[in-house]
Design a protein around this ligand. Structure first.
Ligand SMILES: [Zn+2]
Length: 228
């Protein structure tokens, strides 16, 4: 049985109720994932698992590695609103780059929406297109009753396509996984910036989404932020 305590996720984040803190530069730094081009992974359950977890960020002076990524629709965290964003990506990092690590996690939350206008100005995030096409092909094969095993590598993706342009403004709190064991061992960084994608690039990818877990009480926690 999962042990559910008083540090559960997701939560609602209201900007004026968070605390602006001056973090040392070495506390948390996310720039871009260190990959040379695209990397391979597989879908297992709802998660996209990276075959070779890329180094993604520095937290408490240590490197952390991106192992899993998944999609929630609608978003789980509520930001300055009682209405969720369309989508929330969770990028789950561990301190080891070895397969199947356990222990503390750093989870980055990145929100995105379907663009309604100015489609030509939408940044080309080809990994959405690749994953979406993969699921479209799978769906077609499924109807022909020859569903391929999920262990097959998916199309190549670049994890940087799943981050907004600005990764330097974030909210930070101590929380839990929002599914499975609900373990309270997650350092959450909810990015302030959002990005937009074309609807046609997520149409089939949406089948991999997880529903949003309801928000939980903050209890005795504080939410910190690193920007005004
Ligand atoms: Zn999640």
């Amino acid at each position: 049985m999962p042990i559910i305590g008083t540090q559960q996720s997701p939560i609602q984040i209201m900007h004026e109720q968070t605390f602006h803190a001056h973090f040392p530069f070495s506390y948390f730094e996310i720039d871009r994932y260190e990959v040379e081009g695209d990397v391979e992974g597989v879908f297992e359950d709802h998660n996209f698992d990276f075959n070779t977890p890329p180094k993604g960020l520095t937290f408490n002076r240590e490197p952390w590695y991106l192992h899993k990524m998944h999609l929630h629709a609608p978003a789980e965290h509520l930001i300055n609103s009682y209405a969720p964003n369309h989508f929330e990506l969770h990028l789950v990092h561990y301190q080891s780059d070895k397969p199947h690590p356990t222990g503390p996690k750093v989870v980055i939350s990145a929100m995105f929406e379907i663009a309604k206008e100015n489609l030509k100005e939408i940044k080309n995030r080809h990994s959405f297109h690749h994953l979406n096409k993969f699921h479209k092909d799978m769906t077609k094969k499924k109807t022909k009753k020859c569903y391929p095993p999920l262990e097959e590598p998916t199309h190549l993706i670049n994890p940087n396509d799943f981050l907004p342009d600005c990764t330097s403004r974030w909210y930070h709190y101590q929380g839990s996984l929002t599914s499975g064991t609900y373990s309270e061992d997650c350092d959450w960084f909810v990015l302030d910036d959002k990005f937009q994608v074309c609807e046609s690039h997520v149409q089939f990818l949406c089948e991999t989404k997880q529903k949003a877990r309801p928000i939980h009480a903050l209890d005795r926690r504080f939410i910190l932020r690193n920007f005004e």
